[in-house]
Design a binder for this molecule. Structure first.
Ligand SMILES: [Zn+2]
Length: 406
């Protein structure tokens, strides 16, 4: 299940060390993760038998003139994972190697609505295209991971509901349909993209070595969270854990696609922000926001840059957004008590002041007298974040199943 993401075993530590370095010696491994040389040697031997690590020659002798040590390296050509992210209006796919580096990628903008069967056909086509690539000839395909929008049941491999694809059947069996049409018999996994994005941050991003954190992904329309609680990816009984976009933050706000009023995601949606910016033309005509070209007055990037330049109206709008973020995040902060919140998506360029304002407002909303250590940061990932997370999940899953990570 890739449950205990941060479980630190000696084997995992050894593999991660080798994965993050080029050529290493046994004594370097032993020293860096504080294990004995015989233990490091035993683990390495296991990895060599599995062909995941290779002996690649001899290094330089020590300054005392000792024997030249043997060098080891990850077998980069061992295998790869195909990760397919179905976004609200795009598909982003990658192939990831055992060092969790992107070997190949594919991006397609979806200009029209697609049924569940049409999406599966596209995914099979993309995966088959990767399989036929020159780089795939010497490598083994380990598994395929599909990241879905909306609510997915990873245990049954189905999509329960996706607001961006209302025509999808309820409980559509993505895993079975994909497996039936794909010409390789390998494991296929699915999950809600936000959970996989959290896995990606835990493995390659800002969530490394942190047991309690959440990612919050804000898209043009839609906010979701991926939760890592005590090192475990949280799913919830109804697969709804992380659906914080539907926290009601303003009962007088606009209607949300879920049918609720004033949901977090409706308040911070691009549509609503543009509406507020349009209204400001009358109330704050002197704002820098409206000094740009005629149509850029409602662009999100324009709002961020005007706020960074100190425009009072832009700052006021950003503070209002920060207030909604704080209210939208408050319940999950109280439920999970994260050390870190990683913001992904359309707000990553909103600037440091925005983050600090959300942090401050959050600390004032509840338990204001309790001092807490909670930091909010922006993710370094962009559109690849869903596929990257899915790829990391697939690779961890493979390492676990092979007993390489225990
Ligand atoms: Zn809603």
């Amino acid at each position: 299940m890739v449950k205990k993401l941060l479980l630190q075993s000696n084997r995992r530590a050894v593999l991660d060390f080798i994965r993050n370095h080029e050529d290493v010696t046994i004594s370097e491994i032993a020293r860096s993760i504080c294990i004995s040389i015989p233990t490091a040697k035993k683990i390495l031997e296991e990895f060599i038998i599995k062909n995941i690590v290779r002996e690649v020659g001899k290094g330089h002798s020590t300054s005392e003139g000792g024997k030249k040590p043997l060098l080891y390296r990850m077998n980069d050509e061992y295998g790869y994972v195909i990760a397919l992210h179905v976004g609200p209006d795009f598909i982003y796919a990658i192939a990831l190697d055992v060092r969790m580096r992107i070997i190949d990628s594919y991006h397609e903008q979806l200009t029209e609505s697609h049924t569940d069967h049409q999406i599966v056909t596209k995914l099979v086509h993309i995966a088959s295209h990767f399989l036929a690539s020159a780089w795939a000839e010497e490598r083994i395909l380990l598994n395929v991971v599909i990241a879905l929008p909306g609510i997915a049941d990873s245990s049954r491999g189905t999509s329960i509901y996706s607001p961006h694809y209302p025509q999808w059947q309820e409980d559509f069996p993505f895993v079975v349909e994909f497996t039936n049409r794909f010409n390789r018999r390998i494991p296929v996994y699915i999950d809600c993209v936000n959970r996989l994005q959290a896995v990606g941050e835990a493995v390659l991003g800002k969530g490394q070595h942190i047991d309690n954190f959440i990612i919050v992904d804000a898209m043009e329309e839609g906010v979701g969270a991926g939760i890592i609680s005590d090192g475990i990816v949280t799913h919830g009984f109804n697969h709804l854990a992380g659906e914080i976009g539907h926290n009601i933050v303003d009962p007088n706000g606009p209607r949300c696609i879920c049918g609720g009023i004033g949901c977090f995601e409706a308040m911070v949606s691009v549509k609503h922000i543009q509406h507020m910016m349009k209204q400001g033309r009358t109330t704050h005509p002197d704002s820098k926001l409206y000094k740009q070209k005629s149509d850029s007055g409602t662009h999100l990037g324009n709002l961020f840059s005007c706020a960074k330049e100190g425009d009072p109206f832009a700052i006021m709008l950003m503070d209002t957004l920060a207030e909604w973020f704080a209210r939208g995040l408050n319940s999950i902060v109280l439920a999970i008590d994260p050390k870190l919140i990683i913001i992904q998506g359309i707000f990553v360029d909103a600037g440091v002041r925005f983050l600090k304002t959300v942090e401050k407002k959050l600390s004032e909303l509840s338990l204001a007298r309790v001092k807490r250590d909670l930091t909010i940061v922006y993710s370094d990932f962009s559109i690849e974040r869903g596929a990257l997370g899915a790829g990391c999940f697939g690779m961890i899953r493979f390492f676990e199943d092979e007993g390489i990570y225990e």
